[in-house]
Design a protein. Sequence first.
Length: 540
Amino acid sequence: MYLIVLMIALNIVINGNQLGNEVVEFTSSNLPIVIINTTGDSIGVTNRSVAEMKIIWNGDNNRNIITDLPSNYNGRIEIELHGQSSLEFPKKSFRIETQDSSGENLNISLLGLPKENDWILYAPYSDKSLMRNAIVYTIAGKISEYAPRVKYCELILDGSYNGLYVLTEKIKLDKNRINITRMLSDDINEPEVSGGYIFKKDKESEEDNVIMLKRGLQLIITEPKKNKIVDEQKIWLEDYLNSFEDVLYSNGNYEDYIDVGSFVDHFLIVEFAKNIDGYRRSTYFHKDRGGKIVASSVWDYNLSFGNADFNYGWNSAGWYYPVISGWDKNWWVKLIEDDTFYNLCINRWKELRLNQFNETKIISLIDDLLVLLLEAQERNFNRYPILSEYVSFNPGFPQSGSFGFNSPTTGGDMSWEEQIKYLKRFVLDRLQWIDSKFGVDIVGLQNNDHEGNTLFNIYQNYPNPYNSTTSFNYSIEALSNVNLSVYDINGRLVKTLVNEQKSAGDHSVTFYTSKLSSGTYIYKLKAGSFEMSRKMILLK
């Protein structure tokens, strides 16, 4: 077995880059390494292929070498292509099912995620930041009942380096995913027939179990599965959803049918990210036995945070729901017309802005991902040299064939570091724009939330990552002895920038780093009893 792994390792250096400008010499990674061998079988969209998968993962913060023995998984899988429009890309996503040696489903923990057998190896491609899905799923997991958990890895497929991937939980009924009642074929009378169902609004295919409501909304039932659902269950769900729509469109008590809080949260997540596929694609719902309709897990946010050249996706201003209100049938366009629902959105936004939608937390998450991916992204873009190329639907490129209010044709050609800066700028501008529309004073909220405490803060340095110069802005509410210092990742002092008494107010200081090497650094503000640290990235 060791000899086989070594042979694969040697082959990667030779065949690792079919599209790039230079050979990808892949021998080790700070990320887990997934090795899949199909033994020559082609991977299809509907036909699954049997393959072998090995995962080398020596734990977080440990180096993984392709000649290491498999430490997380070593066994049989079935694999098929995953996605719809993304199938046109040379970098493919895959659905995998872990199995035992006889081909039966094998529930197992991969890369520390809860045990299951259905997984997605998602291939970030048109999202050149490589992190939009991971950001939204991570944030949504702290807001909603459930969101897919993710783990970055690098993939070797049939001896060739295939790039940076995200191991993602497939949305399905499971105690560790969407935890609702599993229906049996004889559950045809109430209350049994009332759940559990999982359904979604998405592109339809011939294989899907589609229902159409009387106002024209088409939905796909994913649970119970098409080969297990019985007519009585399908009819019951259609009737229930039609009854809900009758109430909604007659301005009745729609809260009798839906979990309103979940619909509020979903609205705010879509609008915060300005997901151009929001509401109309990859939008999941579920209904448990005896329960209400829940706006379920987020999915497919690669065209969010400014990464779309149509429907004003590149613009951090403007609500998204009115853009599609004239031609797309979805419930949020009607819900937001209701004053009660709109006010619930405002109040929930205020709450989230102090927590999951706090800009400091979001920028810190992006910085953590930047550090994590810094090494692998270089290999990925050598394998797929697309940073200066138009990929559907990147904004800022002069191109034709797109649709719906095309973006300005400037600024599309960016390095990976510039992609991250663009992402951060969009996030900050988007938060500010929604604040203004909801009439939210975030500073006032922070003061109220920390009533009785003095207000001190140090903000994320800008720019970050930076090349030679960066600036720090900080606020102190009272006359204080202030110390602002920079440390290396091991805690050694690099430089003290401020060490004196400062008056209350906003302050700024610039840091010049001509003699420092690239890497991660920490800066820390001490003001009286207040102390706070942040990370920054120096790239030369």
